[in-house]
Design a protein around this ligand. Structure first.
Ligand code: MG
Length: 302
């Protein structure tokens, strides 16, 4: 599969820098996931889930192991204080990492029952933590520890760290996965990767209205992803949706038009915008971490 761009619409060409080529920053993982850019230190953290390690890359220091074991971490984001929030398959929790690398539980149970294996997470501007809870970390020992689901379903949750309130915001996903708000937080995009284990299962992104900052309504199909699935996704400041797919990154307008693709030579799991101007994509793709500068600015929380 070649590197490069597939331009369906000139609006996509305007989001790229034609002279920029995909850079492979690191390789040697089994399943790279969950990239997050930490502006305070100008570095990227990401997970290599089967190897139970959290990795770190910076232009200054290159790549190194940041934490191992790490509870089979998967997705990450930053909270409003700039702390890393992590989904952990192994410990079946969402956690918060202090600047010294120590980790504390944010939430690990719903009504007394253990979560399945939190997968991906985003923090809203009001500080609430929204995350998906499919069973990938308990289906086998490959990405966590094989266990029964105590919840019996795969929910999308909203957690309020101020009150400790954990509530279900969506209960009709097969395997909810990547999650991302629109820049104005009036909508939320959530991927369903049910096709990973179910023939003809979902490999799509749904979009919902966010009502009063705490409920979801009017859920509808946003895009079917082909080839592959939308594991992780991010939006830019213009509301375009940049999603992982089997052949790279696909870019959709807020009106769900597929305007182009950034091809990556390995199956992409996830991406984030980073760099001091949030105009560099950091991409976790199977065994490797890639980056490329684009003409778009990431809109995720700081
Ligand atoms: Mg994921």
């Amino acid at each position: 599969m070649p590197d490069g761009y597939v331009v369906n619409d000139k609006r996509f060409a305007a989001l790229t820098v034609a002279s920029e080529k995909l850079q492979k920053l690191w390789t040697g993982g089994i399943w790279a996931e969950g990239p997050v850019y930490v502006a305070k230190g100008d570095y990227v953290l990401w997970s290599d889930i089967p190897n139970d390690r959290l990795l770190r890359w910076s232009a200054k220091d290159g790549a190194s192991v940041y934490k191992k074991p790490c509870g089979h971490m998967n997705g990450h984001t930053l909270d409003r204080q700039g702390a890393v929030i992590s989904c952990e398959h192994g410990n079946r929790r969402v956690s918060r990492m202090a600047a010294d690398g120590s980790v504390v539980t944010v939430v690990d149970r719903y009504k007394g029952k253990r979560l399945n294996s939190p997968n991906d997470v985003v923090v809203k501007s009001d500080g609430t933590i929204w995350f998906t809870d499919p069973p990938y970390g308990i289906l086998s020992d490959h990405e966590g520890h094989k266990s029964e689901s105590e919840l019996g379903k795969n929910y999308v949750f909203r957690f309020d760290p101020k009150s400790g309130d954990l509530r279900i915001v969506a209960d009709d996903f097969d395997k909810p996965n990547g999650i991302c708000f629109s820049p104005d937080e009036k909508k939320v995009y959530i991927a369903d990767t049910g096709a990973s284990h179910t023939k003809n299962g979902p490999h799509h992104i749904r979009v919902f209205d966010v009502v009063n900052g705490e409920k979801l309504a009017n859920g509808k199909l946003f895009a079917d992803i082909n080839p592959g699935m939308a594991d992780g996704l991010r939006v830019d400041t213009n509301g375009n949706v940049w999603t992982s797919a089997g052949d790279g990154i696909h870019v959709y307008t807020p009106a769900a038009e597929l305007i182009g693709k950034l091809l990556v030579p390995e199956v992409v799991a996830n991406l984030t915008f980073g760099g001091s101007r949030k105009d560099t994509l950091f991409i976790t793709a199977t065994t490797s971490l890639y980056s490329i500068k684009v003409n778009a600015t990431g809109a995720q929380t700081p």
